[in-house]
Design a protein around this ligand. Structure first.
Ligand code: SF4
Length: 309
């Protein structure tokens, strides 16, 4: 693919954008300034970050007191994206609502989950939290991501992947069961721990309106993993086709979703060549942010024993 390298840097979230509208994907990858992020978007991002960090800290320090947890969150640089005074009172999102989510996790869900599961450690003693990975799919296309936490069942010794979510529309399993995010993570974990197999992905969903956590475990089979890799290959091929023809189609169904307009509404008719912002990083800069690197073949061969796609 002989085009802007940023188009090949994909993730679970950018593939969601691609399926909503390829033009939106193109413009966001090319760092085009749309309408700026709303306060609600920033709070959603910040809440997810803080709640996820609280879960990681609880697993790393299972005896931590609530007071120490709150101070760690307050002092963490991870929490700086969220403005302490901003609040979305309708969806119950703010820094303080995020601390409340951490409190509920610490008091209610963590004691139950940690009675059954313990944190996994990598060789060298590094806790398996916030694991960053990049899978080279083909040419200049890389699937990158972060795994929140990897845990092991104390009796069966089986591994599971935890994924933290915050939601203002409840913890409906249909929101997560067929998401490719969790199954993608199980593939990475299989690769990092070849002696084990990650049999499930457990979504920890915090309902911001009801102030409650729900854990939703979804088993993931080898067939699920193979399906995910096939899907990834097809998505990468589609991106290559769009890039080679220098045409990322617009899809009107993406123009208004989650009660708001697409940030590129009104500008996406302009030739993207005029809109693209010069890259302020290199491919090496981006890939350097990820600790674990694999190839598509490494992953695929594990489940096919060398058979063709
Ligand atoms: S406004 Fe609609 S067509 Fe234009 S980029 Fe956004 S989703 Fe695509």
């Amino acid at each position: 693919m002989d085009s802007d390298f940023r188009l090949g840097l994909i993730s679970h979230s950018s593939l969601g954008t691609l399926s909503s509208c390829a033009r939106k994907f193109q413009l966001s990858r090319l760092q085009v300034q749309g309408t700026s992020n709303s306060v609600e978007d920033k709070l959603t991002f910040g809440m997810g970050h803080i709640a996820g960090l609280a879960i990681q800290i609880c697993f790393e320090q299972p005896t931590i007191s609530l007071e120490d947890l709150v101070w760690k969150l307050f002092l963490s640089t991870e929490c700086t994206p969220i403005d302490l005074l901003e609040s979305d009172s309708k969806r119950k999102k703010s820094f303080y609502f995020a601390l409340h989510a951490a409190r509920i996790f610490h008091a209610q869900l963590f004691p139950r989950i940690s009675a059954e599961y313990e944190l996994v450690y990598l060789e060298g003693g590094k806790p398996a939290t916030e694991l960053s990975f990049a899978i080279h799919i083909k040419n200049n296309i890389y699937y990158r991501g972060f795994i929140d936490v990897v845990i092991r069942h104390k009796e069966t010794r089986r591994i599971a992947v935890l994924e933290n979510k915050t939601s203002s529309i409840g913890a409906n399993p249909a929101l997560y069961k067929n998401s490719t995010q969790g199954v993608g993570y199980t593939i990475v974990v299989d690769h990092l721990f070849p002696e084990d197999s990650a049999l499930e992905c457990i979504y920890l969903v915090y309902d911001t309106k009801q102030f409650e956590y729900t854990d939703l475990p979804f088993p993931k089979s080898s067939q699920d993993r193979l399906d995910f890799l096939r899907t990834l290959w097809l998505e990468a091929t589609y991106i290559e086709m769009c890039a080679e023809s220098n045409y990322f189609p617009k899809r009107g169904t993406g123009c208004f979703s989650f009660f708001k307009k697409c940030p590129f509404y009104g500008v996406c008719d302009i030739d993207p060549a005029y809109l693209a912002v010069p890259a302020d990083f290199t491919l090496a800069d981006d890939l350097g942010k990820y600790d674990y690197h694999f190839t598509f073949e490494d992953c695929f061969n594990r489940y096919t024993q060398g058979k063709e796609i």
